[in-house]
Design a protein around this ligand. Structure first.
Ligand code: MG
Length: 217
């Protein structure tokens, strides 16, 4: 089981990279409206680097925590700018949260999502309403915790998480940016979805696909 869980997590990062490649132009377009238009490229570089590092890992011996910390290092080494330290911190926190765990049950997945969310929020010193990826990760983490507390089955758990992430991304459309490059255009950011929020919701959708499939196998 532990080998399968480790491989599922590595597969999740592969699927995330494939998604980012497919959405690269779209994400850069979103960023072009309120930022410098490089978000798709940044995410592409980051996730390709994660998978290059994961390819060097012996997945028969690696733990879930190893996969996450490798992802953190790979992302940070490839992406120095804003998004880099945010996801690197999120993944590093998730590595800690998964330490000693060998299965990706819903409790582990909740810990992982909460750790990513907390890492991003604390590293970026951001909160909900800032029009950033925090507006996606935080509600997703809350949804996971609530679904776990209500003992929901895996399909309902992931449906709640994905729905909260999607709603969070959509909500950034009516927010005014106060952080990062988008803050320079302030009111002009109104009406545009934050690119970091958009990519976050896509990552969470892929996470759900990859890890729910794992449970059903
Ligand atoms: Mg940018």
């Amino acid at each position: 089981m532990s080998e399968s869980a480790t491989r599922s997590m590595a597969k999740m990062f592969q699927m995330m990279s494939q998604m980012v490649e497919a959405e690269k132009d779209h994400l850069s377009e979103l960023d072009g409206a309120i930022g410098d238009g490089d978000h798709g490229i940044t995410m592409s570089i980051g996730f390709l680097a994660i998978n290059a590092e994961l390819a060097k890992l012996d997945l028969d011996r690696a733990s879930l925590s190893d996969v996450m910390s490798t992802a953190a290092t790979g992302f940070l080494n490839a992406v120095g700018a804003s998004t880099g330290p945010l996801y690197a911190t999120g993944f590093r926190r998730a590595a800690k949260a998964l330490a000693g765990r060998t299965t990706l049950d819903l409790a582990a997945c909740t810990d992982m999502i909460e750790a990513i969310s907390a890492g991003i929020r604390e590293r970026g010193k951001g909160q909900r309403g800032d029009k950033t990826m925090v507006d996606v990760w935080l509600p997703a983490a809350d949804a996971a915790a609530n679904a776990l507390a209500e003992d929901k089955p895996a399909d309902a758990f992931w449906r709640d998480v994905v729905e909260s992430a999607d709603n969070g991304a959509s909500a950034t459309r009516s927010m005014i940016a106060t952080k990062g490059r988008a803050a320079r255009v302030r009111e002009r950011s109104l009406g545009h979805i934050d690119p970091g929020a958009a990519s976050a919701s896509l990552l969470i959708r892929v996470m759900a696909e990859a890890l729910q499939a794992d449970r059903e196998r």
